[in-house]
Design a protein around this ligand. Structure first.
Ligand code: HEM
Length: 142
C-alpha cells in the first residue's frame, strides 16, 4: 500500500475527539441515503456497531505502518462481512458515505490532499476486504 500515512494519521486525530458522534452520523447518513442497506442492520445494536466501526478505524490508522498485519486483519474482516450480507457493490456506497462524514467533521481541513489520502485509503481497505471475501466460497456477487 502506498498511502499518505502522515495525512491520514493527522486528519484522523482531528476526528477522534468526536469519534462517537462521527460514527453515529456516518450510519445515519448511510441508512438515510441508502435505505436498501437497512435490512443488513435490522438486528444490529447500532450503538455497539458505532463503537466497532470506531475501533476498526483506529486499528487501521494505528497500523498503517504495519501493512502485513493490516492486510491479514482486513482480509479476515472482509471474510466475516460475507456472512453479514455485505456485497461487492456496497463497498463504494460505504466509502462515499465515510468520505462525506469526514468532510462534515473536518470542515476547512478537508483539503484536496486529505480527500485524496482517504479516497486512496478506503480503496485499498475495500480491495483487501474483498480479497478476503473472495476466499469464502459462498460470496454473493452483486
Ligand atoms: C472500510 C470498510 C468497513 C469496515 C472498516 C467495517 C467494519 C466493521 C466492523 C469492525 C464490524 C464488527 C464485526 C466484525 O468485526 O466482524 C462490522 C460489522 C458489519 N458491517 Fe462493516 N465494515 C466495513 C464495510 C462494510 C460494508 C461495505 C458493509 C455493507 C453495507 C458493512 C456492513 C456491516 C454489517 C451488516 C455488519 C454486521 C452488523 C451486526 O453485527 O449485526 N460493512 N463492520
Amino acid at each position: 500500500m502506498s498511502l499518505n500515512v502522515e495525512i491520514l494519521e493527522q486528519s484522523f486525530e482531528r476526528v477522534k475527539p468526536n469519534a462517537t458522534q462521527f460514527a453515529s452520523s456516518f450510519y445515519q447518513n448511510l441508512l438515510t441515503d441508502y435505505p436498501q442497506i437497512r435490512p443488513l442492520f435490522a438486528n444490529t445494536s447500532m450503538e455497539e456497531q458505532e463503537e466497532k466501526l470506531i475501533m476498526s478505524l483506529v486499528l487501521v490508522v494505528e497500523n498503517l505502518r504495519n501493512p502485513d498485519y493490516l492486510t491479514t486483519v482486513l482480509q479476515q474482516l472482509g471474510e466475516r462481512h460475507v456472512r453479514y450480507g455485505t456485497m461487492r457493490q456496497h463497498y463504494p456506497i460505504v466509502g462515499a458515505e465515510l468520505l462525506k462524514t469526514f468532510e462534515a467533521y473536518l470542515g476547512e481541513e478537508w483539503t484536496p490532499e486529505v480527500k485524496q489520502a482517504w479516497t486512496d485509503a478506503y480503496g485499498a481497505i475495500a480491495n483487501i476486504m474483498l480479497d478476503g471475501a473472495n476466499h469464502v466460497e459462498e460470496i454473493v456477487e452483486g
